[in-house]
Design a protein around this ligand. Sequence first.
Ligand SMILES: Nc1ncnc2c1ncn2[C@@H]1O[C@H](COP(=O)(O)OP(=O)(O)O)[C@@H](O)[C@H]1O
Ligand SMILES: [Mg+2]
Length: 254
Amino acid sequence: MSELVIKNLHVNVEDIEISKGIDLTIKSGEIHAVMGPNGTGKSTLAYALMGHPKYKVIKGEATLDGVDLLSLAPNERSTLGLFLAFQYPVAVPGVSVANFLRTAINAHRKYLDPEDKGISIPEFRKLLKDKMALLQMDESFAGRYLNDGFSGGEKKRVEILQMATLEPKFSILDETDSGLDIDALKIVADGVNAISSEDQGVLVITHYQRILNYIKPDFVHVMLNGRIVESGGPELALQLEEDGYEWLRERHAA
Ligand SMILES: Nc1ncnc2c1ncn2[C@@H]1O[C@H](COP(=O)(O)OP(=O)(O)O)[C@@H](O)[C@H]1O
Ligand SMILES: [Mg+2]
């Protein structure tokens, strides 16, 4: 069993404090949702955990199975088993999806064992084929240049494919649902459900309750103004859909 532990995390973006003391513990096999209005610091939490240089942790800690993440470079965090699916994935013309994934897998292997010769082509092909089948993706996808001319839904699917092939211990999905039509949303959700049932932990960051109809979170947290102000079960997400965030704003107005 693995554990991602965040304690009293404070994060500055360009010298302004955005995250103001976040506590969150996620265990293997658990799905946590962080919800909240735009601009409340949801992405800031994700980027700070992954080690984006613009997001400066000024206080607090984040550990994965007791290992201090904050002192590590982003690629080291990734190798330890942390994965972030971006809200806005970048295009890399000239690099195919398959090549990109194989390079990422090999980078992990090499970090863990400098003697590693990399995943064999047949082994990689099989892995890719299995994971694409799991996510109901067309095989032609693998040969296309990464995110180059991809629709919003296709970009999100590639993020989920990465998550499936890298098999991280913990994945953070930052608004992976935004811009998806209902079919793409279901496929992403099915992928996440399949992955979490393989004992990975998942943090779903979302603005809307909609994706939580398909991904059943064990815990729901609400972020307002850089803090988690409310935590509960799936019913909290439903209540937010009914009542919005205003009642929470009033309650935590101080
Ligand atoms: N790279 C950045 N540069 C400057 N300000 C930023 C940056 N990222 C986030 N912010 C600011 O931090 C606040 C929280 O942003 P963000 O974490 O993206 O919120 P959310 O994901 O909840 O919409 C916002 O006021 C935003 O303008
Ligand atoms: Mg965001």
